[in-house]
Write a protein that binds this ligand. Structure first.
Ligand code: LEU
Length: 404
């Protein structure tokens, strides 16, 4: 991101993150209310656990910025320094959360009631409200990693510990099949063609056609490389296990066999919201406000053009992220994704969502080049929120199945 405004400090927030979010102050308020509540507010988990869970979550994306911030906070809140030696030094109860952390971060569709059972039953077990709190912390920090990398904040911040080992960040080049499709607008044409397309009424589609359009978008998700990084930053190493475990796209997994997710059968509004409220105070309200703000926020501008209804573009981003996770929204016509999200942007959204640690400045700048700075941040906020909601829904569906 072109300029990171520094020097400001907020009591609870991460200063760089907060400063970037100030471009969208209504959203920032909802973000801070949630974050302050889950870290410092009333809740079942001790403060040291909360910071350690943040570290474990950020470790999955090798996000040194968040790891170092929460290590500091952990120590300031009398956390046991030996826990910072690494995962092998933490209480069994925290260790038991690691598997859920790992699956949720990369392949949330695989979380099952068995995974929930493993942590809530037996010795060192989590109560359901402990687990509700932990799940929110995990999904909050996984998705915050997406935002941090997408805004290029991880590289802006000087490392607390100098990197001594060799740190390879192999950039994978995800590709989009179906490139020759003439409906795909070339990346050099600016935003005008997209603005024009948003004005056209979409043809009504049958249910069958909608499903096919969803499947088409999904079949275009593919990776050329899903291999892990060869080296780990010393700041990250103690807090990560099985570092090669990462997102798998639909060409490498079978959604059909692996519990397909239809949003009409388990949605935030009808299921997730009330379930999480039951597990952890009234957290549902704070989450709901944040999701809705991110989803509905608009200034009616697009790349500097005023008076534009951008809802179709914004919804395309949100629904594309559902699709990345194999979540089908039967109320949505995926033709808009094909029409409005050009290939570079789709690659960026997918990388920021699934492997944000692989983003690099050039890919990001190219994908977002026609947008204003505040719009780039707006897109990154939507990515973070849609990802968080998707992860949370998978986790809550598993909790519900366990409780049935
Ligand atoms: C992400 C952006 C294209 C959003 C746009 N500036 C709006 O106000 O809706």
């Amino acid at each position: 991101m072109d300029h990171v405004i520094s020097n400001a400090n907020t009591v609870y927030g991460l200063d760089h993150v907060t400063n970037i979010m100030k471009f969208h102050s209504t959203y920032l308020e909802t973000f801070l209310s949630l974050q302050e509540f889950i870290i410092y507010g009333e809740g079942p988990l001790p403060i040291q656990y909360r910071h350690y869970i943040a570290i474990m979550a950020a470790g999955r994306h090798k996000c040194t910025y968040l790891i170092n911030f929460h290590k500091k906070q952990f120590l300031e809140h009398n956390g046991d320094p030996s826990w910072l030696i690494g995962l092998t030094h933490v209480p069994r109860k925290l260790r038991n959360l690691y598997e859920i952390n790992k699956i949720l971060a990369h392949r949330p569709w695989l979380v099952t009631k068995e995974d929930i059972k493993k942590v809530v039953k037996g010795p060192n077990s989590w109560s359901m409200s402990d687990l509700g709190h932990a799940i929110i912390l995990l999904v909050h920090f996984h998705s915050l990693c997406s935002f941090v990398y997408a805004c290029n904040l991880n590289d802006e911040i000087p490392r607390a510990v100098k990197v001594t080992g060799v740190y390879f960040r192999r950039r994978s080049k995800p590709c989009l099949r179906g490139y020759a499709d003439e409906s795909v607008i070339s990346d050099d044409e600016g935003l005008e063609p997209i603005v024009e397309r948003m004005k056209k009424l979409s043809e009504p589609a049958t249910e069958q056609e909608r499903i096919q359009r969803y499947e088409l978008v999904q079949s275009q998700l593919c990776d050329s490389d899903t291999s892990a990084d060869n080296g780990l930053d010393p700041d990250v190493k103690p807090f990560i296990e099985d570092s090669g475990y990462s997102y798998l796209d639909c060409s490498r997994r079978q959604f059909a066999q692996q519990s397909s997710f239809i949003l009409q059968e388990f949605s935030w509004d009808h299921h997730g919201y009330s379930l999480i409220n039951r597990l952890f105070n009234d957290i549902g309200l704070l989450l709901d406000k944040k999701f809705k703000t991110a989803y509905n926020m608009t200034y009616y501008t697009m790349g500097g053009r005023p008076h534009i209804d951008t809802s179709r573009f914004r919804r395309a981003i949100w629904n594309y992220i559902y699709c990345i996770y194999g979540m089908r929204n039967d109320d949505y016509d995926y033709e808009d994704v094909t029409q409005l999200l050009r290939s570079q942007l789709r690659v960026f959204v997918k990388t920021a969502t699934c492997y944000p640690e692989r983003l690099n400045k050039t890919t990001t700048e190219n994908a977002l080049k026609h947008f204003d700075l505040s719009e780039k941040i707006h897109i990154n906020l939507m990515i973070m929120e849609a990802r968080m909601q998707a992860e949370l829904l998978f986790a809550l569906r598993a909790v519900m199945n366990y409780m049935l």
